[in-house]
Structures are given as structure tokens and as C-alpha cells.
Design a protein around this ligand. Sequence first.
Ligand code: ZN
Ligand code: ZN
Length: 153
Amino acid sequence: MRVTPLPTTNMTALNYTDDPKLDRAMVVVLASLLGALLLVVAVNAIVRCILRRIRRLSPPVPEPGAAALPPSTAAGLKEDVLEQIPVVVYKSEVDIFGTECPICLTEFNEGQNLRLLPRCSHGFHLKCIDLWLLSHSSCPTCRRPLLDDDDTP
Ligand SMILES: [Zn+2]
Ligand SMILES: [Zn+2]
């Protein structure tokens, strides 16, 4: 009794190497795969082209950051209103609540220009409060609005 495993291995080897039918099948499969790949690339390019045209045709969508700019500036004080707020030169005898700017947390130095808010007498560096009032219309310390009774002298 002899076991001969060779024929099966020979058969598989023949199937993968010398079968012309299999070779043709492989060529057909590869060709169809290549064709499908080209088709996908072509469709992708066409879809991208259409999407670009749609984007060009549609009106530009305003970005949320850009859209938020106008209202925030509108909420601030106008320059002429800002200039009506009295400016004082800081000296030790000037009557201001606190000795430091609540915006930048730096102590007032003698000779510095400070803006003194008329309704609450809170004082701030000129540059600090001017920047704040470009986008706000209230005191940064006590939140009192500055625009309510501007009419009163
Ligand atoms: Zn300051
Ligand atoms: Zn205040």
C-alpha cells in the first residue's frame, strides 16, 4: 500500500499555471476591474465638476463670524458719544473708585489719561475703555448702561 499525494498537487499546479482558460478569465476579470476603476474615476470627476458649478452659481453663504461682526459693532458706542465721556489725568487726589484698571488689572499711574464713566464714576485706562466701548455700551465693572440718559446734561 503506497500513498501518492503527488497527483493532487500536480493538478492544482496545472490549474494555476498552464490552464489557458483560467488565464483568459483572469485577463477578463482584470480588464473589467480596470474598466470599473476608470468609470469610478470618471464619475468622480464629473460629480466634482458639477458640484463646483453649483457652488459658483449659488450665492455666497455668509460665514457666522462675519455675520456676527456688524451687530457687535452696532452694540458699541459711536465715536462722538465716546468723546463725550470725560477724560481725566490720574492723580492721587482724583476721586476714582479703586486704584487699578478693572480691564487690564494694572494700577493707575500718575499722569495717565483715564476715562471716568459719568454714571458710576468708574475709571479705566483711556485705551482699555475705548476698546471695550467699541463693542459694548455698558460699564465693564458694574454693567450700568451708558446710553440711557445721555440727554441729561
Ligand atoms: Zn487698563
Ligand atoms: Zn461702573
